[in-house]
Write a new protein. Structure first.
Length: 186
């Protein structure tokens, strides 16, 4: 069992409470749901045998405080927080695990700060708005973000319009069909 270091980090508009345990490559774990990193304690303790595991309470959740509790929050704001936390802890690209809303934050992090992410595991990302796909157009990411400077790789090949999938009911569609449909709607 490794020792757990608790600390806080000042970010624009908030103080983030975070914990670091273990030794090895840095692994940042981004919580979904209520945003409290404490839900990762069991797995973080286990992973600390091989990794430096960082968990944190997202802004406004758990022990992390907001300067203005009425302020709006966005995925971009949360990914800026993750970026600032990573920059404070390492100069090397990190492993990142995000679950649900934390996966969306991780996806935004890898798109906007690809040099900081060695590998992203986006576990069950929630669909932002109606679509769970990337928009096309100038500056839009491709399915392989390694071309944008990341040492990791994110596959966005099989995005889905969840509303359309629900409407399709039992009709089965291949990933290629889903991707084509998503691209038409994006």
């Amino acid at each position: 069992m490794s020792l757990t270091k608790q600390d806080t980090l000042r970010v624009p508009g908030a103080h983030l409470a975070y914990e670091v345990r273990g030794e090895g490559p840095l692994l940042l774990m981004i919580a979904g749901g209520g945003g409290e990193g404490g839900g990762f304690t069991g797995i973080a303790d286990h992973l600390a045998e091989q990794y430096t595991v960082v968990t944190y309470d997202r802004r406004g959740a758990g022990r992390s405080t907001l300067d203005d509790p009425q302020a709006d929050m966005s995925v971009q704001m949360h990914s800026n927080d993750a970026h600032t936390l990573l920059a404070a802890l390492t100069t090397e690209p990190a492993l990142v695990f995000g679950s649900s809303a934390g996966a969306l934050i991780g996806l935004d992090l890898v798109v906007r700060y690809p040099q900081q992410v060695r590998l992203l595991v986006a576990h069950e990302p929630a669909a932002p708005g109606d679509l769970a796909c990337f928009r096309s157009g100038p500056g839009a990411p491709s399915g392989d973000l390694s071309a944008r400077g990341s040492t990791g790789r994110v596959q966005a090949d099989h995005c889905r319009d969840w509303r359309d999938l629900r409407a399709a009911g039992s009709r089965r569609r291949t990933p290629a069909d889903q991707h084509a449909e998503c691209r038409r709607q994006c």
